[in-house]
Design a protein around this ligand. Structure first.
Ligand code: ADP
Length: 442
């Protein structure tokens, strides 16, 4: 019995031991605290030494600077606790989100806030919670514009916002995630402008397509009527007792008709260019590829221009009448490219200068070039003149009554590209330009 019932003395002894142990524990705690405090201070000193460019600057000054940056930065910035609650956000964040009562908002859970703002990706597809940027950053992911879609969300005051998002986890010195920071860059305005631009372009292309088709029909009729009238006039002869200047009058009518015919031809070329451009835009420029003769195509294009502009000298080099260069191509389209080079060369150079056309064979390629002694083109412009509607500033028409819409070279570029060829221009300002293209031999 005595083993289980403790005497007063035994209890007193035990109490004394416990007291000693408590004292020991208290001392240990004191020591641990002091140790921790020292460690913390050392860490803080390290931190300050690390972040301070000027090591003498007091810590609080550094903090003031950081605070000022945080608040004045234009992008919305929020710092999240591991739970998803917002522990800190800048003014831009609350403004962007249309939040009137920051405290209320910050204290809501991530799910609650997510439901309020209805996050979706750039195509309007709702983002599941595991893809919300804050969730991803809290999982340890670094979020960049490359690995995250632009997001769309609704603000507390009902605006729809598109934003580019970046973010990163915040880690302690052991690498544990202790929060996350998210930066929202508002791109709503930019996206709206982009959409308007795309829409404007689409309408412009639609307009081009309709306008060129509508213009072509009456032109065909006008041209048909001119041809008919010319034939009728040609068949007329002075009737018995007709006026003595009958022949002169006929000649005048013929001249007027051929002038009208020339104008219609120019207009037709313009309308075809417009049609071609709208076909290119709609990816509907089709080629009729067949084996054909590049030398013959070149000779024909040169002959046509010699006939249309007899006062100009167009020299053809290295192309004898017998020469034949077989290629796989759409002969009409290649002819169109050479004609365009030629009309430009004639249009942008002085009447008294020659235009030189040349064909060279290089390995498996044939190279056609058209050289003029016009104004020449600086390097920047040589790159840009292939763009749709681009006209080089300061270059004026020096010869003939051609027009300039800035479409021809864009079409040429597309045609040669579709033939797997190369196209380019060499030029020295003040001396002239050489437009060329290369096509693989058949
Ligand atoms: P267009 O001649 O109808 O304006 P192009 O696309 O054929 O359209 O040419 C684009 C622009 O390039 C022209 O407006 C002109 O400024 C410039 N250009 C074209 N060919 C020449 C040339 N041979 N010499 C100087 N400038 C040229």
């Amino acid at each position: 019995m005595s083993g289980s019932v403790r005497t007063d003395q035994e209890l007193l002894n035990e109490l004394a031991m416990l007291r000693t142990r408590v004292t020991e524990l208290e001392q240990e705690r004191e020591q641990a605290l002091a140790h921790g405090q020292q460690k913390l201070e050392r860490l803080q000193q390290d931190q300050v030494a690390h972040t301070a460019e000027d090591k003498d600057a007091p810590v609080y000054e550094r903090l003031v600077v950081l605070e000022a940056i945080f608040e004045t930065i234009k992008d919305a910035l929020a710092v999240y606790a591991p739970s998803g609650k917002i522990v800190r956000a800048n003014r831009a964040f609350y403004q962007l989100m249309g939040i009137e009562h920051p405290l209320e908002y910050d204290n809501q859970s991530l799910q609650e806030r997510g439901q309020l703002v209805r996050l979706s990706d750039e195509h309007g597809v709702p983002l599941p919670e595991e893809l919300w940027p804050a969730r991803r950053a809290l999982r340890g992911e670094v979020i960049t514009s490359e690995n995250a879609p632009d997001i769309t969300f609704f603000t507390m005051d009902g605006r729809e916002i598109q934003a580019d998002i970046t973010g990163a986890p915040l880690r302690d010195s052991y690498g544990n995630v202790i929060g996350a920071v998210i930066v929202l860059h508002d791109i709503t305005q930019r996206k709206r402008l982009e959409m308007r631009y795309v829409e404007d372009n689409r309408r412009m292309d639609e307009f081009l397509s309709i306008a060129s088709h509508e213009l072509r029909t009456p032109m065909t009729t006008i041209n048909g009527n001119i041809q008919l009238a010319m034939r009728r006039v040609r068949g007329l002869s002075r009737p018995e007792g007709g006026p003595p200047d009958y022949e002169d009058k006929l000649a005048l009518i013929q001249e007027l008709l051929s002038r009208a015919e020339r104008q219609v031809r120019i207009q037709n070329r313009l309308v075809s260019d417009l049609l071609d451009v709208s076909r290119i835009q709609a990816n509907r420029l089709e080629l009729n590829i067949a084996e054909c003769d590049l030398a013959a195509i070149t000779r024909e294009a040169v002959e046509d221009q010699r006939f249309s502009v007899p006062r100009r000298t167009i020299l053809l080099h290295n192309v004898s009448p017998e020469l034949s260069i077989p290629i796989q191509a759409d002969a009409d389209r290649i002819g169109q490219v050479i004609t365009n080079f030629l009309t430009n060369a004639l249009k942008y150079s002085d009447e008294d200068t020659t235009v030189d056309v040349d064909i060279q064979l290089q390995d498996t390629y044939a190279r056609v070039s058209v050289h003029d002694k016009g104004p020449g083109l600086p390097e920047d412009e040589r790159k840009r003149l292939w763009e749709r509607f681009y006209r080089v500033p300061g270059i004026r028409i020096r010869s003939g009554s051609g027009m300039s819409l800035g479409l021809g070279l864009y079409i040429c570029h597309t045609i040669i590209e579709l033939h797997n060829g190369q196209i380019g221009v060499d030029s020295t300002v003040g001396e002239g330009s050489t437009f060329w293209f290369m096509l693989p031999l058949a």
